[in-house]
Every structure is written in C-alpha cells, then in structure tokens.
Design a protein around this ligand. Structure first.
Ligand SMILES: Nc1ncnc2c1ncn2[C@@H]1O[C@H](COP(=O)(O)OP(=O)(O)OP(=O)(O)O)[C@@H](O)[C@H]1O
Ligand SMILES: [Mg+2]
Length: 429
C-alpha cells in the first residue's frame, strides 16, 4: 500500500521494568530460575548465599560454569536476550535472569570470568532506580559494593559467574530491612529455597541426568540432598512400566514419557523419618499426582492437572511425566517455569494409565495398617458390606493390573455390567 508510514514505539523502560516485576515468582522460584542458567552454563557447583545486614542485605548465586565474554554479558542483561537454544537447554525466553531477579530486588549485578587465564573480572549492573530516573535500558560497568567485592573474590579463586541481588525491597520491605524480623525472614526464605531447589533439581543433584555429572548445590554453605518424589531407595515401592506417547510438534513428533509409582504406605516405609521426609513441601495429600519434568528439571510437583481431584486414598500415587523442550509450546511453559498445561492429546492418553495407577495406590493405602480407610466401627451392616465390596473390587483390579490382565478383566466386567447392573454398581465398576 502506498503512503504507509511506520513509527517505532519502543516500550518505556521505566514502566515495563516495573510491571515485569510481578509475573508470578516468589523467592525460591526466582532463585531456581538463576540456577537454571548456571546449569545451562555447565556448572557442577552452585552456591546460594544470603547475607543479612541492616540496610545492606544481599543475595549471591555463584557458579563454576562457562562464564561470559563481554558481549555475552551485555546481551545477557537485555530483556529478551537475542540467542538460539539447542534442544533441551533450560532457557527459552531470554528473560529469567532479569525477571527473576527484579521480582525480588532493585539492583542486579552480574560478575563473570570465563577462565583462570582471563584476568579481568567483568561486572555489569542493571538498576531499577536508575531506569526509573532515566527511562532508558542502560546498564553500567564496574559498579562497586561489598556484595560485588565478595562476588569478585569468589571468581578470583575459580572462574564462573556470580549473580548479585542488592536493594532487596521485595524480600525486606524498608521498615523491616534492619531489624530482627528481617533477619528471620531472610533465613526462612533461604530454608524454603533449599527445599525447593532440592526438589526441582533432584535429578541433577543425584547425577540422574544422562550425559551430566552430578551438580552440587549449596544454600548458605549447606549441601542439598536431592528430594526425589519417587523414593528410589524404598524397596516396598511399586514402579509401573514406563509408557511412551508420541505427540505431534510443528517439526514432526516428540515423546512424552509416563511412569507411575505407588509409594509404600507409612507402615511399609523403611523408617518414619523417611516417610516424613518423602511427604514433601506440601505434605502427602497435596504431593500426590503428576511430577512434570521439562528436560529433567521439575516444572510441576504434584496435583492431577484436572485429570482427577486430590483424594486421601490416592496419596501414595505419584507419576513422572517427561517432555523435551520441543514440546514447550504444546505444554505452554511459562517464564517462571512453574506451571504447564497438559496438551489435550496428552491428557487423553494419560486418562487410563492415571486411573490404573490410582487403583493400585488406593489398594496399597487400604491394605496399610494405618490407613483408617476401612471403617470397622460403621454400625450399619449395609455400609460395611458396601465398603467391603468396594475394597474387593479394588483388590481384584489391582491384582489384575499387576498380572497385566486388565483387558480380560475389563471384558469380564463389561459382561457383569450387562447381566447384573446392580452388583456392578455396588462393586463401583
Ligand atoms: N550463570 C550464567 N552463566 C553463563 N551464562 C549465563 C548465566 N546466566 C545467564 N547467562 C546468559 O544470559 C542469557 C540470558 O539469561 P536469561 O535467564 O535472562 O534467559 P534464558 O536463560 O536465555 O531464558 P529464560 O528466560 O527461559 O530463562 C542466557 O541465555 C545465557 O546466555
Ligand atoms: Mg534463564
């Protein structure tokens, strides 16, 4: 069309950086987004330090990964870093470093050094106070502060990258920044972060990621022990055979892998301490369900994604779902890497395996001494017999599942439903 003109309307730096602070992170998930970057940079050791000091508190996340050249460092601080990604790299949006950091603080500094031969330690800062004043996307080199000095001291010992958060306005609002409440809050956030990282990166910490040596993560000097929701050390757990589904992508197809596990009930766990530990951050009931891994990093921990509701009887049921980054769009991964939506095709494919897993989990729960699932005190005979019948049907289903005879069982039940619908209803089939 003739006469068309274009106008560049670059976003207002001051306004956009302000609004990007609130896209759904909390302290542990923001730190996890930075740990993603360290892992993507090949780090084998990552340290999170929190430091409380009246009006001078800071957080450091250091790694011994590849570090960045000057141009890479400048690009890293751009909202929407320009770069490409290999399959199963943890990054995707070019945002996490900035959005994760500014969800918690007003001043982000990246300190980096690529090798021992590289004498210069590079320091670049992105400061929300400056952006608010200038309304420009400027970064500044070689700022100094006690936190930045500490970061440089770390890199003098060994190369890598240290991310520095200062002016922690979201973590320690002004009136708390210098008192005991602030100190306790920072300590409690550090311990929640330790718990979150131990869960989200458990495969990396345990050395379970093919082609990668184990990653050591420490929070305030404490080395994290992996929290694996599937309790690999428990002999009484039941692991169901893995199922693999093909899902269409723009370029072809990709695999989604499903593996259900029935955890042992309390009285069959190796110890009460282990049972309590495996309960997880949200405790047994709310930790039942699906654990979705994107390139081996956990992006959803528990819940049934709408496939069914949380149910006390299913609390021993957990299942891993694995997908590769070529399915990011199908799973609608968000910037904070904290939630996914199961694609409709996957949802459909999972219906049956999830139901089968829940039957087995229900059976394990009812058989346990501590379940409280039966109600021996129920007075009405009819209620007792209905409960008993349901237990019988679950036990039969579970036995058939274990013997891989479910198709035959389903066919028999179909006939029973035709011939004796009342009994089939009582059996809850
Ligand atoms: N610790 C680090 N070591 C080396 N390079 C890093 C590190 N942190 C960030 N980078 C570089 O900075 C870039 C921008 O990081 P950022 O987290 O903002 O985006 P991303 O990781 O590419 O994508 P996403 O928004 O999904 O996290 C990264 O792609 C990487 O090249
Ligand atoms: Mg990132």
């Amino acid at each position: 069309m003739t006469g068309t003109t274009t106008h560049e309307v670059a976003p207002s730096a001051a306004r956009l950086t302000g609004s990007l602070r609130d896209i759904g992170y909390d302290f542990p998930t923001a730190v996890a987004d930075l740990v993603d970057n360290s892992i993507a940079a090949g780090a084998s050791r990552i340290n999170v330090f929190t430091h409380f000091e009246p009006n001078g508190s800071y957080v450091l996340i250091s790694d011994d990964g590849a570090g960045m050249s000057e141009s890479e460092l400048i690009e890293a601080l751009r909202f929407g870093t320009r770069r490409t990604y290999a399959t199963n790299e943890l990054g995707r949006f070019g945002l996490g470093l900035k959005t994760g950091s500014f969800s918690q603080c007003r001043r982000l500094t990246v300190v980096t050094r690529t090798s021992m031969k590289q004498r210069v330690i590079r320091v670049m800062t992105l400061d929300l106070n400056r952006i608010a004043k200038t309304d420009r996307w400027d970064i500044t080199a070689n700022e100094t502060s006690p936190a930045i000095d500490r970061a440089k001291a770390i890199l003098r010992e060994s190369p890598g990258t240290v991310v520095v958060w200062e002016d922690l306005d979201r973590v320690l609002p002004e009136r708390y920044a210098e008192n005991g409440w602030g100190r306790r809050r920072l300590r409690s956030l550090a311990s929640k972060t330790a718990e979150h990282l131990a869960m989200v990166f458990h495969r990396f910490i345990a050395g379970d990621v093919p082609g990668r040596t184990e990653v050591i993560i420490c929070v305030d000097e404490e080395k994290l022990r992996p929290w694996d929701p599937f309790a690999p050390g428990e002999v009484e757990r039941k692991v169901l055979p893995e199922q693999v589904f093909e899902v269409d992508t723009m370029e072809g197809t990709s695999e989604v892998r499903f593996r259900g596990v029935v955890l042992p009930a309390r009285d069959r766990f190796s110890s009460i301490e282990e049972f309590e530990r495996l309960s997880g951050p949200l405790k047994w009931n709310r930790q039942q369900g699906l654990y979705v891994y994107r390139a081996n990093r956990l992006v959803q921990h528990g819940g049934w994604s709408g496939l069914r509701g949380i149910d006390e009887h299913m609390k021993l049921a957990r299942a891993a779902i694995d997908f590769d980054t070529d399915l990011d769009e199908a799973f609608q991964i968000n910037v904070a890497k904290m939630s996914v939506d199961l694609p409709p095709a996957v949802r459909k494919m999972l219906e049956r395996p999830v139901q089968e897993l829940c039957v087995l989990a229900d059976d394990a729960y009812r058989r346990s001494a501590n379940s409280g699932g039966r109600s021996p005190s129920a007075t009405k005979a009819s209620r007792v017999s209905e409960t008993a019948l349901r237990d019988v049907s679950i036990a039969i289903k579970a036995a058939m599942l274990e013997g891989n005879s479910l198709p035959e069982f389903r066919a028999a039940m179909e006939r029973l439903r035709e011939h004796n619908p009342d009994l089939a209803r009582l059996l809850n089939l």
